[in-house]
Design a protein around this ligand. Structure first.
Ligand code: UT7
Length: 328
């Protein structure tokens, strides 16, 4: 097992004030039921940002993570931010966060890896620390998916939620830290989960608005199959690289998209469900934010703490997927 170079020194989460339950969809004319959503996804409620921006959520999560890590914003060398729903298209969400935090000496940039954004972000931040470009890094996953969700499409609007999660990485001095990382992508499957309109290929126009192509489009069944396959592969690869098996793991924290995907992935990784952290019921799918929110909650609840071996695994649009083993 390699000697870790970076460890997670603090985590935090930031959530909007407004909760939307499965029963609230009736109020906006969506033909669905609590029973359908619960059975198919495990989701009971999600947080929706009515007044908060993505930057507000990211800043709240980051401040908590920095406080727990015992650092100030001025000590950050790099901010790596995963998102699919930035407040504005230019400049990056990471520099907006940098300004909000006052992290004056950091380099800040976004990662476009959708729901795998946090795993990708930690991998890149760790690499920058390995090459001597950073001593202290902030990795953030943030989404305001409610802004890019088609609220007339019942097959997607019941799934997503808003929120942010953050982690501060510091250079490891002992055995604590990131033991292995694995990331992959397959762009040939990009159309299965995408926002086709409003980008450079089809800039905003009346046609984009008429066809609602600025919103998330998803082939749920295909995404589901690929998610299980890829998250299982990623878990196995990260465990192998750390010379561990599922039975060594204290807690698995998978991307929270759907309870059925989580259960299948855990089964393939040979990890019983009592060692799997689930909060999809509370937050829905918060994409890049889901893993760091779950990690923060798991630590807060005492499900994981200093010394715990944790397996993080994610999958999202792209497709992108990845996993890592961390000694907290
Ligand atoms: O973060 C990574 C990205 N996203 C995901 O991981 C999501 C992956 N996919 C999924 O989680 C599942 O595919 C869904 C939860 C999206 C859908 O579950 P499913 O079991 O694959 O359902 P389905 O799409 O095959 O639809 C079954 C039926 C359809 O009706 P018919 O054609 O069988 O009559 C849908 O029209 O359920 C209907 N349906 C709904 N019914 C009530 C679709 N959405 C709803 C809804 N309420 N909200």
């Amino acid at each position: 097992m390699k000697r870790p170079l970076a460890y997670i020194a603090g985590t935090g989460r930031g959530l909007p004030a407004t909760v939307m339950t499965n029963f609230d969809f009736a109020k906006i004319g969506i033909e669905t039921t609590d029973e359908w959503i619960t059975d198919r996804t495990g989701i009971k409620q999600r947080y929706i940002a009515k007044t908060e921006s993505a930057t507000d959520l990211a800043a709240a999560a980051s401040r908590r993570a920095m406080e727990k890590a015992g650092i100030t914003a001025g000590e950050l060398d790099v901010i790596v931010l995963g998102t699919a729903s930035p407040d504005r298209l230019l400049p990056s969400a990471a520099v907006d966060l940098q300004a909000a935090l006052g992290a004056g000496r950091a380099a800040a940039f976004d990662i476009g890896a959708a729901c795998a954004g946090f795993i990708y972000g930690v991998t890149v931040a760790e690499a920058l620390m390995c090459t001597g470009n950073a001593e202290t890094a902030l990795v953030v996953g943030v989404e305001k998916l409610s802004a890019i969700t088609d609220w007339t499409d019942r097959s997607t609007c019941v799934l997503f939620g808003d929120g942010a999660g953050a982690a501060v990485l510091k250079r490891s001095k002992q055995h604590r830290g990131i033991l292995s990382t694995f990331i992959r992508s397959d762009g040939s499957l990009g159309d299965l989960l995408c926002r086709p309109g409003g980008g450079a290929r089809e800039p905003f126009s009346q046609n984009v608005l008429d066809t609602r192509s600025q919103y998330i489009k998803m082939n749920g069944r295909e995404v589901f199959k690929n998610a299980v396959r890829s998250m299982s592969e990623a878990s196995a690869r990260a465990l192998d690289a750390a010379k561990l098996t599922g039975t060594d793991i204290d807690l698995m924290i998978p991307h929270q998209a759907n309870i059925r995907i989580i259960e299948s992935t855990a089964k393939y990784a040979n990890i019983p469900m009592d060692k799997v952290f689930v909060d999809v019921d509370k937050y829905g799918n918060t994409s890049a934010a889901s893993i760091p929110i779950a990690l923060d909650e798991a630590i807060e609840q005492g499900r994981a703490g200093e010394g715990s071996l944790v397996l993080l695994v994610g999958f999202g649009a792209g497709f992108t997927w990845g996993s890592m083993v961390v000694r907290l």
